[in-house]
Design a binder for this molecule. Structure first.
Ligand code: 5RP
Length: 212
């Protein structure tokens, strides 16, 4: 993990922000650098749609208006980090438990620019345990379904998402068909969001200040 590359990526993402934009903003330590850089442009943008209470607090602290996605309509740009990124720009996200709102904003955005350091690059997704947000009463059911599929589910005990749900981290999967797995898991009742961003992958990946 390179803090320097995270800072470079967060600052490099600024070049995608157009005057008058409403920017979708993800969550995490790399995004924190982006928010700090965005603060310098705050008079040139309308505001941001935030993916977490953590990012909302940061955006407000630096004076960027936080807008409601239901009022803004679709967005031109979403900036967010990731836990893993494969050569097709498919991602694992949710290490910070913000995956549901992140996936909503990614879906609502024309362009998703993912900002990472080089430690996040992998050939096959799955070394980083796959986060899944679940309705609390479905935790055991979802766990059993994951075991049937060869995964090892571990409850992120003590973590409650911004939506009041729980997170299961799945260890032991080599995800060779990310779209297929995402579609399959999306059918299990009680799963709110799978931290695979494969159906809607990133459009651009910045590794430090370099475009992948
Ligand atoms: C939060 C996320 C983050 O984007 C991911 O965990 C990467 O975080 P960081 O930039 O701190 O390494 O998905 O839910």
């Amino acid at each position: 993990m390179s803090t320097n590359e995270k800072r470079q990526a967060g600052e490099a993402a600024i070049r995608y922000v157009e005057d008058g934009a409403i920017v979708g903003v993800g969550t995490g330590s790399t995004v924190a650098y982006f928010i700090d850089a965005l603060a310098d442009l705050k008079d040139r943008i309308q505001g941001a749609v935030s993916s977490s209470e953590q990012s909302t607090a940061h955006l407000k602290r630096v004076g960027i208006p936080v807008l409601d996605l239901n009022s803004t309509g679709s967005l031109s740009l979403y900036i967010d980090g990731a836990d893993e990124c494969d050569p097709h720009k498919r991602l694992i996200k949710g290490g910070g438990a913000a995956l549901t709102r992140e996936k909503i904003i990614a879906e609502a955005s024309d362009k998703f620019v993912c900002i990472i350091d080089s430690s996040k690059l992998v050939n096959v997704l799955g070394k980083f345990p796959l986060p899944i947000e679940v309705i609390p009463m479905a935790r055991s059911l979802v766990g059993r379904e994951i075991v049937k599929r060869g995964g090892n589910p571990v409850w992120r005990d003590g973590v409650v998402t911004d939506n009041g749900n729980w997170v299961i981290d799945v260890h032991g999967w080599q995800i060779t068909d990310p779209v297929g797995l995402e579609n399959d898991l999306n059918q299990i009742p009680g799963i709110v969001t799978v931290g695979l961003f494969a159906r809607r992958a990133a459009n651009v990946v910045l590794v430090g200040d370099k475009v992948l």
